[in-house]
Structures are given as structure tokens and as C-alpha cells.
Design a protein around this ligand. Structure first.
Ligand SMILES: Nc1ncnc2c1ncn2[C@@H]1O[C@H](COP(=O)(O)OP(=O)(O)OP(=O)(O)O)[C@@H](O)[C@H]1O
Length: 394
């Protein structure tokens, strides 16, 4: 087990870093309807997040990504709650780890935002529409100063200075933005302001739900570049939720595919996308259209995720899996280490599929056959060209 823990160390964090967040067998349950029927939306999720690491959570709608993020921040709606497992947070510069499940009241509010902050989906709804941007900064900075028992209330000048510093960090002109109302800014600017607001208390972890949804492609591009630079400059770890695999591949060091409330595949992002070992991850990748064309067109995954009020026996993906066998309906496979990448990002690649070994062998054989066919075609083409070239020189 000790080796697996070491292999988990990954991303840009060094192997001597301690995880900033350790999530162990986390379970989150919603009570729904009059009967209070239980729906387990997160069903035993474990992962370690290292300083400076960026982890992408991918998967279809309803797989539990947002519930997991809200649970990590203890921001679940009233009918939801953590029903099992643990979340441990390691403060920067040492100190005792924090049991996040045990935080309450003032301590919880002080921890949120100043240690772990979240940028929610939909930049407009996250603002108070009647407050200028500088007042939104003032609210955040002052609320946390009070929460931490600071005697003097930060002055508006201090607020403006801190806000300006953070706005410049997200490439916005403070003079243009501070006095504006949210509706006076473009979508891309609002998203940048939200990122600046979430970073103003210098959290160690930033959670983002769909960081670039509803933005045009060029704006998405600049937000992605900015996030990458900011992470390098400030050294926070990032967890982001995305439906967009291209974004995940660009912005994350590590990816976790979620399905029916579980992580069913995880590993260093380049390794997982080059060699997906769970048929669900492969299916998600095949469902993405290729911008440059070539190769087969996108293929959707038939069916939809299971109803978590009645989770199926065995593998939750079995009903939709093109490689299903009878055993898949009986056994719920655990995450198994399928490969270890020994590059700068030492990470265990793990997948929860009974058939991963066979499928990996089949995929390797198909790759070999394809390469042999390509080589054959090249030889044929060269042979076909030779007489012409000869003819041309004669
Ligand atoms: N407020 C709620 N009350 C009851 N059940 C909920 C609630 N929110 C989510 N769920 C249940 O939890 C499951 C996971 O939902 P969640 O929103 O976390 O998924 P998601 O992967 O983040 O989807 P999306 O990408 O659409 O946000 C849903 O299928 C639903 O059954």
C-alpha cells in the first residue's frame, strides 16, 4: 500500500510535498421527496491533492462532480450531507491537519475562502448585482477579517489596494473595473473578476465548476492561459469540473473520471488520455468532435447514467458498456493500478474495470496492426513512386 501512496504523488508538486487535501472514502447523500428517500450521489471517493497540482473532474451530467466539490467545501444544500468518509486539509507552512467534517460556524466560514475557495458556474449569478466590484471585494475581505477576529476593520483604501493587486493578476485594469457593476462587464471580464475575488484571501486550493462555460473560444483560451500562469505564480492547487475534455487535457496534471458517484479512472492526464483503460473514459473521448476533421466522427455513448436512488448491482457502467460480460453485472470492480508513469509527474494510473487487462491487450494489438498497415501503405507508395522518380531522372 505504501508504494501506491508514493505513486499517487504527482502533478507539479514535488514528491516531498504533503497533500494539501486528503479525501478518503467520501460519501454524500441527498434526502429527496416526502419519504426522505436517500440518493447517494458520491459513493466512496478517495484522492490526494498535492500543492500546485491541477486535478480535472470529468464525466457526464449527474455523475456527482458538483456534489463532490460542494461537499469538499461543506456547502451542500440542506437536504444533502456527508454520510461517510473523511476530508483532511493540511495548512500551508505546517500546523495540524484540519478535519474538515468537524469544522462548524465561525471556524468553517474562516476556513472557506481563505484556505479553499470556489468559483461557481455562471459568473453573473455569483455576484450581488447591486454592488460595485470594489464593494464585492470589500464584503469578502471584511467578512474574513471579522471571522478571524481582526480588531481593525480593513479600510476602503486597503480593500482597493488588495482588489487592484488581484485584478492586475487576472490581467484586468483596476481603474476600469473597480467602480463598475457586474452587468457592465463582459462575460470574460466577470469570470476574471470572480477568479480575482476567489484568490484575494490567498487560498491554497481553488475549486472551479466549469471555468470557461458560456465563454467564446478566444476568451476561453485567455482564461486557460491566465489560470496556468496564476497557478505557477501563486502556487495554489486547483480542482476543476469540466465537460470539456480538451480543457481538461490542457489545464490539468491529473484527471479523474467520475461515473455514478465514483471515480472510475484516474492518473496523469497525458497517460489517461493516451491510454484510457476504462470503457467509459474511452467513450467520453470518442464522443468529442475533432476540430481538424480526419478519423471517425464523434460517437455518443448510448443510454444514460443509472438512477442513484436504485444503483445497479455490479459495475454501474455495465448497462452501457460495449465490452460487458456477465461478471460485470455481478462484481463492482475496485480501482486497480493499471500503469505507473515515471515522468516528471509520478502518478499511478488506476481504473475500475474487470476487463482492463484484456482490453489493453486488444488495444495494443489493434495499434500494432494499424501501424503495420500504415507501414505497408508507405512501402507500397514508395515502391509505386520509384519508377516515376527513376523515369524523371532518366
Ligand atoms: N439538490 C439535490 N437534491 C437531490 N438530489 C440531488 C441534488 N443535487 C444533485 N442530486 C443528485 O446527485 C446526482 C449528482 O448530481 P451532480 O449535480 O453532483 O452531478 P454533476 O456531475 O455535477 O452534474 P452537472 O455536470 O450537470 O452539474 C444527480 O444525479 C442527482 O440525482
Amino acid at each position: 500500500m505504501a508504494t501506491v501512496v508514493n505513486q499517487e504523488r504527482s502533478g507539479t508538486g514535488s514528491s516531498t510535498d504533503r497533500p494539501v487535501l486528503q479525501v478518503e472514502d467520501l460519501r454524500i447523500t441527498y434526502r429527496t421527496g416526502r419519504s426522505g428517500r436517500a440518493v447517494e450521489a458520491v459513493r466512496g471517493v478517495s484522492f490526494d491533492l498535492y500543492p500546485r497540482q491541477a486535478l480535472a473532474l470529468v464525466g457526464e451530467s449527474g455523475c456527482g462532480k458538483s456534489t463532490l466539490a460542494l461537499g469538499l467545501l461543506r456547502l451542500l444544500p440542506r437536504l444533502g450531507g456527508i454520510s461517510g468518509g473523511s476530508i483532511r486539509y493540511q495548512p500551508q507552512g505546517g500546523g495540524d491537519p484540519v478535519d474538515v467534517r468537524a469544522l462548524e460556524g465561525r471556524r468553517l466560514r474562516a476556513w472557506r475562502w481563505s484556505e479553499v475557495a470556489m468559483v461557481f458556474q455562471g459568473a453573473m449569478n455569483a455576484f450581488n448585482p447591486v454592488l460595485r466590484i470594489e464593494d464585492q471585494f470589500a464584503d469578502t475581505i471584511r467578512a474574513h477579517a471579522e471571522g478571524n477576529g481582526r480588531a481593525a476593520r480593513p479600510s476602503m483604501r486597503e480593500v482597493r489596494e488588495r482588489a487592484a493587486e488581484n485584478l492586475r493578476a487576472v490581467r484586468l485594469e483596476p481603474a476600469r473595473v473597480l467602480g463598475s457593476y457586474p452587468h457592465e462587464l463582459s462575460g470574460g471580464m466577470r469570470q476574471r473578476v470572480l477568479i480575482a475575488l476567489s484568490l484575494v484571501l490567498e487560498p491554497q486550493v481553488l475549486l472551479m465548476d466549469e471555468p470557461t462555460t458560456a465563454l467564446d473560444l478566444l476568451t476561453q483560451r485567455s482564461i486557460v492561459d491566465m489560470l496556468r500562469e496564476l497557478r505557477e505564480e501563486r502556487g495554489f492547487a486547483l480542482i476543476f469540473i469540466s465537460h470539456d475534455l480538451a480543457l481538461a487535457s490542457e489545464l490539468s496534471d491529473r484527471v479523474a473520471t467520475m461515473y455514478a458517484g465514483r471515480i472510475i479512472e484516474t492518473g496523469a492526464t497525458p497517460e489517461v488520455f493516451a491510454h484510457p483503460r476504462h470503457p467509459y473514459t474511452s467513450g467520453l473521448m470518442r464522443a468529442v468532435p475533432r476540430v481538424r476533421g480526419g478519423g471517425p466522427g464523434p460517437v455518443s455513448i448510448p443510454g444514460s447514467p443509472p438512477d442513484l436512488a436504485h444503483p445497479p448491482a455490479g459495475c454501474a457502467f455495465a448497462a452501457r458498456c460495449p465490452h460487458v460480460r456477465d461478471a460485470c453485472h455481478e462484481t463492482d470492480p475496485p480501482l486497480e493500478t493499471v500503469a505507473v508513469s515515471n515522468g516528471p509527474e509520478l502518478t499511478a494510473h488506476r481504473a475500475a474495470c474487470l476487463r482492463w487487462r484484456e482490453l489493453a491487450e486488444e488495444a495494443a494489438a489493434a495499434d500494432d496492426a494499424e501501424q503495420a498497415a500504415d507501414a505497408g501503405q508507405t512501402d507500397d507508395a514508395e515502391q509505386a513512386e520509384l519508377p516515376q522518380q527513376k523515369g524523371a531522372t532518366e
